[in-house]
Design a protein around this ligand. Structure first.
Ligand SMILES: [Ca+2]
Ligand SMILES: [Ca+2]
Length: 590
């Protein structure tokens, strides 16, 4: 057995070429990364690029090693940016061929819609994937002791990940991202689904259908000016690995019955051992306000009276945030993990900027500028680590909103603040993959956010100094990483992507069932080693590439790197819709 294992290991390639499996836009920087598991004293390779027929179209070029990264003893950046013609190509280096590489304006078309499949699958209330209603009894509002205050109808929204908790923090952010994608890139989206998520056409872009699903839950979670709810369910959910439709979590009111609804209180919360460190309302209030304000301005709800309600609630949510500054964190149950969001001025900045755009009132622009000055850079940028969701959302859309609604001074300030953050990450990205984010839990969310901020900065200013890093982050998400895998389940069809994510849905129905889900992504080995209850369920096919400081496992047992995440998926919709060739997308630019 040992001999066989040794022989098999010896047969594994020790020199690999990693590429973006989705492909490259004709005018984008194009770089594949070769990873050698063995140190090479020459520290040098030459590579060629051939077209589909085998004809060499870029003659041999020699490249110096960019040094070690993770499992790679050497990394080589194979730049083929000069290849601009649409087509399929193969790179050859070190006697090894790359996977087929696509170049074309339309390589990202349909990508954003693919992500929406996962969001539909995560729907609570009526779930179109299961064609059944889930969690229809939600929920019971609870006080600090867990005592039921009253029943409140809040069935709807999206399950957060492969557990079924629901948070305003992530759901409002996701809804905002969907609305922003609709506003900026609506032609990138199809209309192949109805409002309830079943197949069909309703004259509404599917991204707006999905945003409306989020809006309707958020309206239920902020039912009156005196009640601002923050969370539905808690981690007692984790006891069972059930399907959404047969969730048998028991919060003391019977299996599969009501789930607890946690309000923002401004006080630490947690019914068992662990408590969060909540201090106010503003992180959640700001998210309600910005999402409702953008929806009202876009007339997104489809009804004038509902748009008026959204506007009134946006104004009131912002006022609550001003009255009770501080963070409203998610509440832990029996496990020590919760979303430890500390920053709230980013959320209030975004809210104020959107309210200015909606109402034109000067006081909101002043407030947006004031909040922006308090946190120019989202603090994970440039850092080596952070607590779980400590600095959330991962990119501050408030600066972009301020830039859009402000005058010349605000535009300069907002662009400058984005630049400062990007420069801090770029300064850490001296490795062969050109990545500078910290590999904390949900690193793919950070990677997508860095790329989004870099793209927005480039469009806002025309300054291309971070273009290489922007592209490297996009490429990382779709295969230019040590494992050579796309991080989105089922996308792109022909590429490598997670087959065994941490999800009971894919476990029972196959990975196609959760097409479109962005998984958490690699984490520091130290994080993986210290989390509770992680055990791989099968031999690691990527063991050769899991020897470095970061790890990723295509294994249901690893909830730290391979669990699809709702908010990360919605965040990526912004980027993928921008890359589409349809009407104004990045792919249409010359
Ligand atoms: Ca539709
Ligand atoms: Ca925040």
């Amino acid at each position: 057995m040992i001999l066989l294992a040794t022989l098999l290991a010896a047969a594994e390639p020790r020199f690999v070429i990693r590429v973006n499996h989705v492909g490259y836009l004709p005018d984008a920087p194009k770089v594949a990364v070769a990873c050698s598991l063995d140190a090479d004293p020459r520290r040098n390779v030459s590579f060629t690029v051939a077209d589909e027929t085998g004809r060499v179209i870029q003659r041999a070029r020699s490249v110096r090693s960019g040094g070690a990264f993770g499992p790679c003893a050497e990394t080589y950046r194979l730049d083929f940016s000069s290849v601009r013609a649409a087509g399929r190509y193969v790179i050859e280096a070190g006697g090894v061929k790359s996977p087929t590489i696509r170049v074309g304006r339309d390589v990202y078309d349909g990508g954003a819609d693919t992500l929406l499949y996962y969001l539909r699958q995560q729907r609570s209330g009526f779930n179109p994937y299961f064609r059944d209603s889930v969690h229809r009894l939600d929920g019971f509002v609870v006080d600090d002791t867990g005592r039921v205050v009253k029943f409140q109808p809040v069935s709807g929204g999206w399950a957060d990940a492969s557990d079924y908790l629901q948070y305003v923090t992530t759901s409002a952010t996701a809804t905002y991202h969907l609305l922003l994608s609709y506003r900026d890139h609506r032609s990138a989206f199809d209309d192949k689904f109805l409002g309830n998520g079943l197949p069909g056409s309703n004259g509404v872009a599917d991204v707006l259908d999905e945003a409306r699903h989020g809006l309707s839950w958020l309206l239920q979670m902020f039912p009156s000016d005196l009640e601002m709810y923050n969370q539905l369910g808690d981690d007692r959910d984790h006891v069972y690995l059930d399907l959404l439709t047969t969730d048998s979590s028991d919060y003391g009111w019977g299996k599969g019955k009501q789930r607890p609804v946690y309000p923002c209180t401004g006080r630490p919360q947690g019914l068992f051992q662990g408590k969060n460190r909540s201090t106010g309302f503003a992180s959640t209030a700001g998210k309600y306000a910005s999402t409702f304000a953008l929806a009202a301005r876009l007339r997104a709800s489809g009804s004038d009276s509902l748009d008026a309600v959204l506007k009134r609630k946006a104004i009131f949510a912002f006022a609550l945030g001003e009255q009770f500054p501080g963070a409203c964190q998610t509440a832990p149950g029996r496990s020590p993990y919760f979303y430890e969001e500390e920053n709230w001025v980013d959320d209030m900045e975004l809210a104020a900027a959107e309210l200015h755009a909606l109402t034109g009132e000067r006081k909101y622009l002043d407030a947006a500028r004031r909040y922006a000055e308090r946190e120019p850079v989202t603090p994970w940028m440039g850092a080596d680590s952070a607590r779980h969701y400590e600095w959330y959302p991962w990119w501050n859309a408030g600066h972009y909103a301020l830039w859009k609604t402000g005058g010349a001074a605000e535009r300069a300030t907002a662009a400058n603040f984005y630049r400062l953050g990007l420069a801090l990450v770029a300064a850490r990205a001296t490795n062969g993959f050109r990545v500078g984010i910290p590999f904390i839990w949900c690193s793919n969310d950070l990677m997508a956010s860095f790329a989004t901020q870099a793209m927005l900065y480039r469009r806002m200013t025309g300054d291309t100094r971070f273009r290489e890093f922007e592209q490297a982050a996009i490429d990382w998400l779709f295969g230019t990483n040590p494992w050579g895998t796309s991080m989105v389940v089922g996308y792109p069809r022909g590429g490598r992507w997670p087959r065994d994510p941490h999800s009971v849905v894919s476990m029972q129905f196959g990975p196609e069932a959760i097409t479109g889900g962005l998984v958490d992504g690699p984490v520091y080995r130290s994080i993986y080693g210290n989390l509770r209850g992680i055990a791989l369920r099968k031999p690691d096919v990527d063991s050769l590439f899991n020897t470095g400081f970061i790890v990723w496992h295509d294994d249901l047992g690893d909830y730290s790197t391979n669990e699809p995440i709702m908010d990360g998926t919605a965040n990526l919709v912004v980027l993928l819709s921008a890359l589409s060739s349809r009407a104004g997308g990045e792919g249409s630019r010359r």
